[in-house]
Design a protein around this ligand. Structure first.
Ligand code: ZN
Length: 360
């Protein structure tokens, strides 16, 4: 694995370096890819990102479940990182107990339905798209911009990218079925900068959300307990979420992309990274995951996340370690200060006892 890690680090560094320093190298490929995507009706559909996310999730989950349940000696199953006591949660062959695909159709419907509903009622607003195109895609007349007021649903221009805008439902346009896309492709430099910053931003935002879910008992019991209620961890646990937490997860990711005005190409590239890293976190196996490719100590990964699922006291950030490190440093220094204060007051009380001051 050491050799694969080194190869991936070199390839990754060359790729990122060339994207940042020599964007003209990549521009012809990006131009051609964008022109091809713009011609695809599925890519123009309002629900494309939901289908893209779900398809990739099914692919990654199936792969890591197959790794965790293989009983063949070759290739051997990777070492499990979440070794719980007892064997009740394991199959007879020693692999983890997973749910069959047939019994999970309802889970798929519950996952997709709220996201599809949002896709079909809200207008998609992306940076780099003319306002007239966004307004038209939402079922409004382009000239409605001229009469728009701040409170009008048609006033997409004066509201920001984060404010939701509802589709103008009519017989001729009953649902939000398309999304207006930017005509120009992105540069490789912007793609890499936006992709990395959106992942870092999502990581920090979800750290705050996740910490709140653990520290506020009401939120934990109502939204997060389901995610921790399992035997040994495996890839299917990624999607073992209450509806509220699932929406929070998706909305936080969407916010991280919208707040930086990410190009649609960045959004399309963000989804595989976002989903793959989450599934790797929950796979429960010592595999070649993103944290091994990052410099040592930067990434969370399957071991840290399995420990989080067992204890719930550390590893709140989904991908990176810096938020948890900072949080642990702040909380441990505070508890150290409190412990020191306690020691000091006990020492003072002993001294006062000795001198007879307290005996009065
Ligand atoms: Zn948790």
């Amino acid at each position: 694995m050491e050799r694969q890690i080194l190869t991936l680090r070199i390839v990754g560094a060359l790729f990122i370096g060339s994207c940042l320093l020599a964007p003209t190298l990549w521009q012809p490929a990006l131009d051609a890819s964008w022109a091809w995507l713009l011609r695809r009706s599925l890519f123009n559909a309002s629900y494309f990102e939901t289908l893209w996310t779900v398809s990739l999730y099914i692919l990654f989950e199936s792969y890591y479940v197959s790794l965790a349940t293989t009983s063949k000696p070759r290739p051997p199953m990777p070492k499990r990182v979440d070794q719980r006591a007892g064997r009740a949660h394991l199959w007879k062959n020693g692999t983890v107990r997973v749910r069959k695909l047939r019994g999970r159709l309802s889970e798929l419907v519950v996952y997709v339905a709220p996201l599809l509903l949002l896709d079909l009622i809200l207008i998609k607003k992306f940076k780099g798209v003319a306002w007239q195109d966004i307004v038209s895609s939402g079922g409004y007349e382009p000239h409605s911009l001229l009469n728009a007021t701040y409170s009008s649903p048609a006033n997409i221009k004066s509201t920001n990218f984060l404010a939701p805008s509802i589709h103008n439902f009519s017989f001729s346009s009953p649902l939000q079925l398309t999304r207006a896309l930017p005509p120009r492709p992105i540069t490789s430099r912007r793609l890499v900068v936006e992709l990395l910053s959106s992942l870092v931003l999502y990581d920090a935002l979800f750290f705050v959300v996740h910490l709140s879910l653990h520290k506020i008992p009401f939120l934990y019991s109502k939204l997060h307990a389901t995610h921790h209620d399992h035997a040994e961890i495996h890839a299917q646990i990624t999607n073992r979420l209450d509806l509220g937490e699932r929406l929070l997860l998706v909305l936080t990711a969407n916010f991280s992309l919208q707040i930086i005005g990410a190009h649609v190409m960045t959004r399309t590239a963000f989804v595989p990274a976002f989903v793959l890293f989450l599934v790797q976190n929950h796979c429960g196996l010592d595999v070649l995951s993103y944290d091994k490719i990052l410099p040592k100590g930067w990434g969370a990964g399957p071991s840290v996340h399995a420990q989080h699922h067992r204890l719930g006291t550390t590893g709140y950030a989904p991908y990176l370690r810096w938020c948890d490190d900072l949080y642990e440093r702040l909380t441990s220094s505070r508890s150290n200060v409190e412990a020191q204060r306690r020691k000091d007051s006990e020492k003072m009380a002993r001294l006062l006892d000795k001198t007879g001051v307290n005996s009065d």
